[in-house]
Each structure stands twice: as C-alpha cells, then as structure tokens.
Design a protein around this ligand. Structure first.
Ligand code: HEC
Length: 147
C-alpha cells in the first residue's frame, strides 16, 4: 500500500500541486495569521543542524505532494527505484525496514544527513534549497521516516 505520512498518496487529487518555497511561505503566513515577512523569518530561523519536528496536517499533505511531484520520478512512488524513470545509476531503495533501522540507529545525525542531501543534492540528484523552504525539507525527512 502506498501509504506515506499517514496518507495514501493515491488519494491525493491530481490538481493539487506542491508549493514553491515562496508560495509555501505565503501559505504559512495565512495559516499562522502573521505577515509574509514574519513567515519568511520563521523559516530562516529553523535550524538546519538539528531536526525540526513541528508539523500539522497541512505540512503532512504538502510533503506527500512534494514526494509525488518532485521526488517519485527518480525514486519511485513508494521509494522503490526499480519503478522510477531515472535510468542509471539508480538511488537505493528508500523507505521500508532497512530505512527504519537506519533511522532507529542513526537517530538525529541520520535525519540531519538526509536533510542535507535534500538541500544540497548528491550525485545526479539536484539540491532543493532554492525550490523548498526549510520547513518543507524537514517535512520530507519525516515523510521518508514514515515511508
Ligand atoms: C533527478 C532525480 C532525483 C530527484 C528528482 C530526487 N532524487 Fe533523491 N536521489 C537521486 C539519486 C540518483 C540519489 C543517489 C545519489 C548518490 O548516492 O549518488 C538520490 C539520493 C537520495 C537520498 C539519499 C539516499 C541514501 O541513502 O543515500 C535521499 C534521502 C533522497 N534522494 C531524497 C529525495 C527527495 C526527498 C527528493 C524530492 C524532494 C528527491 N530525492 C529527488 C535522484 C533524485
């Protein structure tokens, strides 16, 4: 079952798209009832060397949309790269038992290392620092942890 972050990715509506960094900041401003400049500042105050754990349903859904539209092409919708369109070299399988063990033993050091791969990219994977906010990138770490 393609259930990630407590949400079946098959149930996401095709019309719904993940937000660009800037649009996500605007959405957060509306969500918290703060100015866009304050939402921007909030995001830049999120630390990048230690996991950010605040989340709500809006952010969980955003992570599922990001996975479907920005990651699954190369990683496979359920983290299995044999189902991806990326030819070679394929990334290793994400999610499942091996990854859960990794998180269990790797703890916050592993979470932070994964955050940095998402931010900066690795090999053929592009970095997402320009496309996604810090909050969105940390949401992806949690998404993978539950995958
Ligand atoms: C253009 C294809 C592509 C896209 C898009 C992509 N990745 Fe990757 N990703 C890769 C490749 C290839 C690797 C393996 C990199 C290496 O080790 O050389 C990788 C590695 C990773 C790893 C590290 C796996 C490990 O154990 O070393 C994580 C985590 C990851 N990607 C998450 C994501 C997330 C989250 C997204 C979406 C925001 C994403 N990727 C988008 C191709 C992609």
């Amino acid at each position: 079952m393609l259930s990630c972050a407590g949400r079946n990715v098959k149930n996401l509506s095709p019309e719904e798209k993940p937000h660009s960094r800037q649009d996500w900041i605007l959405l957060r401003a509306a969500h918290f009832g703060i100015l866009p400049s304050e939402a921007e500042k909030r995001d830049l105050l999120i630390r990048e060397d230690t996991p950010f754990r605040e989340e709500d349903e809006e952010l969980k859904k955003e992570a599922a949309l990001i996975w479907r539209d920005m990651c699954a092409l190369c990683h496979g919708i359920d983290g299995d790269p044999s189902k991806s369109l990326l030819v070679e070299p394929k990334p290793k399988k994400l999610g499942g038992f091996a990854m859960r063990m990794g998180f269990f033993f790797g703890g916050d050091a592993m979470r932070t290392a994964i955050y940095k791969i998402i931010r900066d990219g690795k090999g053929r994977m592009p970095g997402f620092a320009q496309k996604l906010s810090r909050e969105q990138m940390w949401a992806m770490v949690r998404y993978l942890e539950r995958m």
